[in-house]
Design a protein around this ligand. Structure first.
Ligand code: 13P
Length: 256
């Protein structure tokens, strides 16, 4: 049984004080029980204020949007895994398509970041996904396979047990045009097949695969209804308290 995981990727939004006010409001509107895991990933600058605004028993966990693979050193502008752990982060999003396309990240570097996260007890959420051109030319499966194998190469089953995969087709991110549940399920099945073939059926069965790309309170139910979709990585709709709380509430009610 895979515990559903809902993650809000705030991207470059909200100051530290806005972030604190946001999570205080969000906390009031969340469902009482917690059969799902809920994560917010604010910008680095807001991690401390969000942590301070959450009670130790809060159902909201803290995630980061990126890290650098070295623990410390002369890497101007970078943030390390130990720094994130020290701020209370449990999760880290890695390989987001915006990092890949805008900042030139590639599978080899993402692999190093994954290892750094694992070394320091952070749970990676590895983002993969195809562009529209890749989909239209029939290359979705090979792109997903390459991204998975390239980023996860050499990791053993124990490491794989702490990794979640987020399938985020580039054409669905920020476009208002989410993948249909069928499209998402097809991609998730491809991902699970690669995991089964590269590691084992047990790894494939245990790994949480989230969908991301224009997730809203309106479409979350139809997406999570499928047993192949173990949660969501939410961008735009996680920036409003009501819409993110609604998404969490619907996910809770489905219990995926
Ligand atoms: P949107 O939900 O805004 O499409 O963003 C998805 C995303 O990139 C989450 O990481």
């Amino acid at each position: 049984m895979r515990t559903p995981l809902i993650v809000g990727n705030w991207k470059m939004n909200k100051t530290a004080s806005e972030a604190a006010a946001f999570v205080r409001e969000l906390t009031k509107k969340l469902p009482a029980s917690s059969s799902i895991e809920l994560v917010v990933a604010p910008p680095f600058t807001a991690l401390e204020s969000v942590r301070a605004a959450l009670s130790p028993s809060s159902p909201i966990q803290l995630g980061a949007q990126n890290l650098f693979w070295a623990d410390h050193g002369a890497y101007t502008g970078e943030i390390s895994a130990p720094m994130l752990r020290d701020l209370g982060c449990r999760y880290v999003i890695l390989g987001h398509s915006e990092r890949r396309t805008l900042f030139g990240e590639q599978n080899e570097g993402i692999q190093k970041k994954l290892r750094a996260a694992l070394t320091h007890g952070l749970r990676p959420i590895l983002c993969i996904g195809e562009s529209l051109a890749q989909r239209e030319s029939g290359n979705t499966d090979s792109v997903l396979t390459q991204q998975l194998r390239g980023s996860l190469a050499g990791l053993d089953s124990l490491a794989m047990a702490t990794i979640a995969i987020a399938y985020e087709p580039l054409w669905a991110i920020g476009t208002g045009k989410a993948a249909t549940p069928d499209q998402a399920v097809t991609a998730h099945c491809t991902i699970r097949d690669v995991l089964a073939g590269t590691w084992s059926p047990a790894v494939a069965n245990a790994t949480r695969i989230l969908y991301g790309g224009s997730v809203t309170p309106q479409n979350i139910h139809s997406l999570l209804k499928s047993e192949q979709i173990d949660g969501a990585l939410v961008g735009g709709a996680c920036l409003q308290v009501d819409s993110f709380a609604t998404i969490a509430t619907i996910a809770e009610s489905i219990g995926v």
